[in-house]
Design a binder for this molecule. Structure first.
Ligand SMILES: [Zn+2]
Length: 64
């Protein structure tokens, strides 16, 4: 189980990213939204989709 966060800031392509708390790319505390504790990034992504109606979502490459 890991803590997962959603980036508040979309990238240039309008994609927001999901990061685990162990991630080196984790945005600063002001630039991320706490999603919850999940077994894997897929579950975290599902939670983000249902909770925030995010259209373009990706998981950070090292957090998959
Ligand atoms: Zn990562």
């Amino acid at each position: 189980m890991k803590f997962y966060y959603l980036s508040k800031q979309a990238n240039d392509d309008g994609v927001v990213s999901i990061h685990a708390d162990s991630c080196e790319q984790l945005p600063s505390i002001l630039e991320r939204v706490y999603l919850g504790i999940f077994d894997n990034s897929r579950l975290a992504a599902e939670a983000a989709l249902s909770k925030y109606q995010v259209l373009n979502l990706e998981t950070c490459f090292c957090c998959k």
